[in-house]
Write a protein that binds this ligand. Structure first.
Ligand code: GLC
Length: 433
């Protein structure tokens, strides 16, 4: 019998959640599938940094500015040469990113190595027209600096790569301009090979924009990219590397992109919420930023639905993290230093989340309740569970009274907790097994 692959509306309905996965419907090859063991480090890590930084940061209108503002290639090259000149060394820049990420409690980081504008942030031999940070303004290899910083600060290394490139007419009209499309494809294979060969271990290839002419799905463009061949190539170079679905291959985890609130049931497949801490992925001055309260709540909502949280920062022209981002990340880090045991290494818990009220995670015989609205929670009786609850306590060890019977589980929040407005109040529940 032919394998039935759920996609589109059918999968969305099965998910019973409002997550909106980009890049569904990719082509598949079982020999590319990773085992649970190979995915484990990523599922345990939970929280990662995404960085969008490139020539566009000097313009300050987001990472799509080349396309949106119809900047001419000559002008964009001029900006890359004359204006994209950070006042610090590559290593200083990426050390700042990765030390901030470590202090925020992030366990992996994904850097944009080349966005759709075609500018490679490393010394790339296969870059069409040699459009690289090594040849232009900065005269630096940022992928080299970034991967070194990841190792220095103990985060797993991920690289974002966009196979598509606006500089090629073949991107917009692959049938009418087949040679140009072929040239773009060769650049992608050559550059992916460089990224997976020259910088030590890479754990994630975060593909983006596999579609053609900004149209259709990533899977629709598989005839051009041959994503199975592409991913076999990178797997040969980096065994166990995880991929997003956006090369047109179905990938190892799904992506829910954007700041939309996450509600609904636990999502039964590996997934990642990726969003930016301001309103644009690439830097924009005077942008609005998320505060730590909302970020912590978003993260808790994601992990209680078994997802990972990839949070983007767009550094400014000099590669600096904006102050608002630094402050919010610092506060998230403080929260994680106290509550990290309810996050890292956990899986979605035995209780389905109740939107905006509570959710749960678990590790072995310990369950963590994440309460987002203590007043509403005080009214709730949780559905009963099969195991026997031995003790309910705060992470400090302070005991909390509860009752478990055939009607369910009632947790009696102490006054001081019920009155407090925190982003996520964590309770530890010890089960007998
Ligand atoms: C969207 C944007 C792109 C950004 C990506 C990050 O695809 O178009 O600019 O890099 O999201 O997930």
């Amino acid at each position: 019998m032919e394998e039935h692959v759920m996609q589109g509306a059918e999968l969305q309905s099965m998910l019973k959640s409002n997550v909106n996965f980009v890049g569904l419907g990719g082509v598949d090859d079982e020999t590319l599938h990773l085992s649970e063991e190979e995915m484990k480090w990523w599922r345990d890590a939970k929280f990662g940094l995404f960085v969008h930084w490139g020539v566009y940061a000097t313009i300050g209108k987001g990472e799509w500015v080349y396309f949106n503002d119809k900047i001419s290639p000559e002008e964009y090259h001029r900006i890359a040469m004359e204006e994209f000149r950070p006042n610090r060394s590559a290593q200083e820049i990426t050390d700042e990113w990765l030390s901030a990420a470590r202090d925020a409690g992030m366990k992996y980081a994904v850097m944009v190595t080349r966005h759709h504008d075609g500018f490679a942030m490393w010394d790339s031999e296969h870059s069409w027209q040699g459009f690289t940070s090594a040849n232009y303004g900065p005269k630096a290899d940022y992928v080299d600096a970034f991967t070194q910083s990841c190792r220095r600060y103990g985060l797993y290394t991920g690289l974002y790569y966009s196979p598509m490139d606006w500089r090629f007419p073949g991107y917009f009209d692959p049938q009418g301009e087949p040679e140009s499309a072929q040239c773009m494809k060769e650049q992608a294979y050559g550059q992916l090979r460089e990224l997976c060969t020259n910088y030590g271990e890479v754990k994630i290839m975060w593909y983006d924009g596999g579609w053609l002419a900004h149209n259709g799905s990533d899977g629709d463009a598989a005839w051009l990219w041959e994503p199975l061949k592409m991913n076999h190539m990178i797997r040969d170079l980096q065994p166990g590397i995880l991929t997003t679905p956006r090369s047109g291959y179905k990938g190892d985890f799904q992506c829910d992109e954007g700041p939309r609130e996450v509600v609904g049931a636990i999502v039964p497949i590996p997934w990642e919420k990726n969003m930016t801490i301001s309103t644009a992925w690439g830097y924009r001055p005077n942008d609005r930023y998320w505060n730590s309260f909302d970020l912590i709540q978003m993260m808790a909502n994601v992990i209680c639905r078994d997802g990972n949280f990839l949070l983007n920062v767009g550094p400014d022209a000099n590669g600096c993290f904006p102050d608002e981002a630094k402050q919010a990340l610092g506060e998230v880090g403080e929260w994680l230093r106290e509550n990290g045991e309810a996050v890292y290494g956990t899986r979605a818990g035995i209780w389905q989340p109740v939107d905006r009220v509570y959710g749960s995670t678990q590790k072995g015989s310990t369950v963590y309740l994440h309460v987002w609205d203590c007043a509403a929670f005080a009214e709730c009786v949780l559905p009963n569970v099969t195991g026997k609850i031995v003790r309910v306590e705060r992470l400090t060890g302070k005991e909390i009274s509860f009752r478990q019977d055939e009607n369910g589980v009632k947790v009696y929040l102490p006054e001081e907790l019920a009155a407090d407005r925190r982003p996520d109040t964590v309770l530890r529940i010890r089960m007998d097994k």
